[in-house]
Ligand binder design. Structure first.
Ligand code: ARG
Length: 462
């Protein structure tokens, strides 16, 4: 069965059918296709194309198809061009001639947009749940080691001491923005395209607002040509997913490093690591590596559709059928990665003394010393120079920060005050970073409490 064919003298070639068919992937849309068609049957009744009995018959047949569609037998031997054709053929098998009315004033161009939107809505909501759960686990990890001190890095060189919880909250902010992007993408997805026809608007006076309400859409699209030609709503989600993967890949890279023998800061759970078939001692961070690897894959998905859409003439072009496989893969990988990173986050253990020692012995306190001098009246450029000379002298003589006494400090440069020796402890200088967004323990405690409240509000929005 075809949804077209009247104007053709011969049917499509076997090669073309095989080449152009999409059922093997767009069957993922079967449930939303059926739900959309049920709403469309109700719309057809409202414009007088179907009577109440006909509508009831079709909706009931669709219900049956919906439950049958979860069994593989539903697709056995199916050679239909796409999922929309399959569903209508099956409907015809159940209801005979009545099924011929279901496509009145409707085009597959709007139907595919509708189906993808309905499907994406569910996927985005699932990803939002996974994201909120992950954000919660990140905050638990921050709380567990709230006052642990680590060296913060720039250029992957020890820069300034920060709290572990401050570091965790940095990722919390990145992933919170990703969650916002998912929510924003959902807003653009959740708009009803039905009523647009193939490109010019349907020839039947549908109450589009009523269809939108029936299907849980927040709004209706404003232009029928835009509907046929638009895949921005898919790209919006894939961009949100790509940026989430970008952030995940950076977190993974951090933790692969931090859990290495070179760093020895953290221990990954046995449940999320694997061994080597040859080297008995190995404990490899495969879960993190795979997330980092899948980032490339998701960007590939995004890029594939981005490039496919470039330069397409208005409105629908069959090129656009290429949207689905990247979208499906992107959503699947994102959900998998969010689930996995939460598993890693929940089982990570920090060896607090190792990063604390790294912060202590590496002169990450030099900025605190320079700023203390500036606070007591030394112009900063001079203070910077004095602290720099202190570091150089210490490196040349093998002195660690903790080796300096108050007396030696004042002797080294009269600008130093004896009490400044306390700043040789990383946890001390940190206290001055009270500015909003800074790593002072009191400020971080507040930020952490705020973040916990925010997670609750994200959860309430689900
Ligand atoms: N399988 C098609 C797609 O995914 C559905 C729309 C077909 N429309 C058409 N005019 N051939 O884009």
């Amino acid at each position: 069965m075809k949804l077209w064919g009247g104007r053709f003298e011969t049917g499509p070639s076997e090669v073309f059918e095989r080449f152009s068919g999409s059922l093997h992937f767009d069957r993922k849309l079967v449930a939303v296709d059926i739900r959309g068609s049920q709403a469309f049957a109700r719309a057809l009744e409202r414009v007088g194309i179907l009577n109440a009995d006909e509508r009831t018959g079709l909706v009931k047949a669709f219900d049956e198809l919906l439950s049958e569609s979860s069994s593989p037998a539903f697709y056995e031997g199916a050679t239909d061009e796409d999922v929309h054709t399959l569903v209508i053929r099956k409907l015809k098998e159940k209801t005979g001639g009545l099924a011929d009315k279901i496509h009145t004033g409707r085009s597959r161009n709007e139907q595919v947009s509708l189906d993808v939107r309905l499907w994406m809505r569910g996927e985005i909501d699932q990803c939002r749940v996974l994201m909120v759960d992950f954000l919660g686990s990140l905050l638990t990890l921050a709380r567990t080691y709230q006052n642990a001190v680590i060296p913060g890095y720039t250029h992957l060189r020890r820069a300034q001491p920060v709290l572990w919880s401050h570091y965790c909250l940095a990722y919390f902010e990145m992933f919170s923005r990703d969650l916002e992007r998912l929510e924003q993408a959902r807003t653009r997805v959740n708009v009803l395209p039905l009523g647009s026809g193939a490109l010019a608007g349907s020839g039947f006076p549908f109450d589009r607002e009523a269809i939108a309400k029936d299907l849980g859409f927040d709004a209706i699209t404003r232009n029928s040509m835009d509907v046929s030609g638009d895949r921005d709503f898919v790209l919006d989600f894939m961009y949100a997913a790509s940026t989430t993967m970008l952030h995940l890949s950076r977190l993974c890279e951090d933790w692969i490093l931090y859990s290495s023998e070179e760093f020895r800061w953290m221990e990954l759970g046995d449940g999320v690591t694997s061994g080597s078939s040859l080297m008995p001692q190995k404990k490899n961070p495969d879960s993190l590596e795979l997330i980092r690897g899948k980032c490339g894959r998701v960007w590939g998905d995004f890029n594939a559709l981005y490039v496919t859409m470039k330069g397409l003439p208005m409105t629908y072009n069959r090129d656009m059928q290429e949207d689905k496989e990247p979208l499906f893969d992107c959503a699947y990988q994102l959900a998998g990665c969010l689930e996995m990173i939460r598993g890693v986050t929940e089982t990570v253990k920090l060896h607090v003394e190792v990063p604390a020692e790294a912060a202590e012995e590496s002169w990450a306190v030099a900025t605190d010393l320079a700023e203390a001098l500036a606070r007591s009246g030394t112009p900063f450029h001079q203070a910077h120079k004095i602290a720099g000379r202190l570091v150089l002298e210490s490196l040349n003589t093998g002195k660690k920060p903790a080796d300096w006494t108050a007396e030696q400090l004042v002797q080294f440069a009269p600008e130093f005050k004896p009490e400044m020796v306390a700043l040789m402890k990383p946890a001390e200088g940190m206290k001055s970073r009270e500015v909003p967004g800074g790593t002072a323990p009191a400020r971080v405690a507040q930020a952490l409490a705020d973040a916990e409240t925010r997670v609750e509000s994200y959860r309430n929005r689900l």
